[in-house]
Design a binder for this molecule. Sequence first.
Ligand code: PRP
Length: 188
Amino acid sequence: MSGPVDLKADVAEILVSEEAIQERVRELGQRISDDYRGRNLTLVSVLKGSLPFMADLMRAIDVPVRIDLMEVSSYGGTATESSGLVRILKDLSASIADEDVLLVEDIIDTGLTLNYLIRYLRGKNPASLRICTLLDKPARRLVDIPVDYTGFTIEDRFVVGYGLDYGELYRNLRFVGVLRPEVYSGGG
Ligand code: PRP
């Protein structure tokens, strides 16, 4: 990028407001708490995009939880297209055997990342495995993913904010939005 980045000025449109996100996270946290009462819940989140969602969601859950973090790289090709390649950059730090695992993602796009992760985590023998995603973009799905908890279903647009990046920036926006076209043509 050439000049300094002006985070908010680069946003063309807000798709999901900060208030809408917070309200939905509260609802999801309540549902998850009801569903997992009396069980051994471990939240596994996938860095880096899921960081804000995970941080808010875990505090909206009122049953005991353990947390673990993985980091995978799925966008080998370009900044806006998934390559289908999944590489584990950071693995689980503890066993999930016999744990009720809830995988927390920021967005499901092609589904290739989650498809890989689901098979990987099932191989660790959890008692159960469910999926929670803040955003779902079904128009781009290449593999079928059973999603148990969805924050928002969105149209096929490249989104940033609340964890989601373009060129590693914009993750700290409090809402989910779309960038102005000039931002993408300027390189990322
Ligand atoms: C994003 C997102 C998902 C994946 C979804 O991660 O967090 O893990 O892409 O895309 P898919 O359904 O097409 O596989 P990304 O690789 O951009 O890493 P990041 O979370 O560090 O930004």
